[in-house]
Design a protein around this ligand. Structure first.
Ligand code: SAM
Length: 200
């Protein structure tokens, strides 16, 4: 089975329980920093938006126009209920086809690491294409390289894939971005590699 299908089916099953798990992780500090880089009324694309909480809700409350995309129909159903002020589409992030220069910001929290790492560069290139000049990309991936097909949240099959941080940074730069911030941070007792990057 295609890895993205494993992930989609997994999140369709996890969806009703995801909110409780997610509430352990606060990313408020990073989201605040993101907002400091964005113009008023910015248009943001949240990739792998999940249930819409906390990221879409945070950004909508700041007055931004938010588009959420996710591969899982069940996660999107919850997002539509939780934060109806945003617009949502079911999309695999490998196939996003919004117009060039559509967004001031693109966020992808805890989602890119579900895409096979060999595809990360193309995803970065496509993010770059869809961002406006000076647009900001904010994402995290795992802190170590490797592929992992294992069980998540009570035995649901899940797939993760990451390059080591140095390689991720290299790909982000190769895609055309200036890296503003890159660091492994501990959030909710979990380490992830967090990156802010800006289109020239
Ligand atoms: C760990 S959750 C994080 C959700 C949200 N970003 C958050 O911070 O709470 C990962 C989300 O990414 C979505 N996802 C995984 N692979 C994806 C892909 N290829 N395209 C779009 N969404 C994807 C999953 O369906 C799931 O909703």
């Amino acid at each position: 089975m295609k890895k993205e299908e494993i992930v989609r089916e997994g999140y369709n099953q996890i969806a009703p329980h995801f909110g409780v798990f997610r509430s352990q992780f606060s990313n408020e500090q990073e989201l605040e920093f993101l907002c400091s880089l964005l113009p008023e009324n910015a248009k943001i694309l949240d990739v792998g938006c999940g249930t819409g909480i906390p990221v879409v809700r945070y950004l909508v409350r700041k007055g931004y126009g938010v588009t959420g995309v996710d591969i899982s129909g069940k996660m999107l159903e919850l997002a539509r209920k939780n934060v109806p002020e945003a617009e949502y589409f079911r999309y695999d992030m490998n196939e996003l086809d919004f117009e060039d220069s559509s967004f001031h910001g693109i966020t992808a929290l805890y989602s890119l690491f579900h895409v096979p790492k060999e595809k990360h560069f193309d995803v970065f290139r496509n993010f770059y294409r869809m961002l406006k000049p000076e647009g900001v990309l904010f994402f995290c991936v795992g802190p170590e390289g490797g592929d992992d097909l294992s069980q998540f949240l009570g035995g649901i099959d899940m797939f993760w894939s990451n390059y080591p941080p140095e390689k991720t940074t290299e790909l982000v730069k190769e895609a055309g971005f200036n890296v503003l911030f890159e660091e492994v941070l501990d959030r909710g007792d979990e380490l992830q590699f967090w990156v802010f990057a800006q289109k020239e």
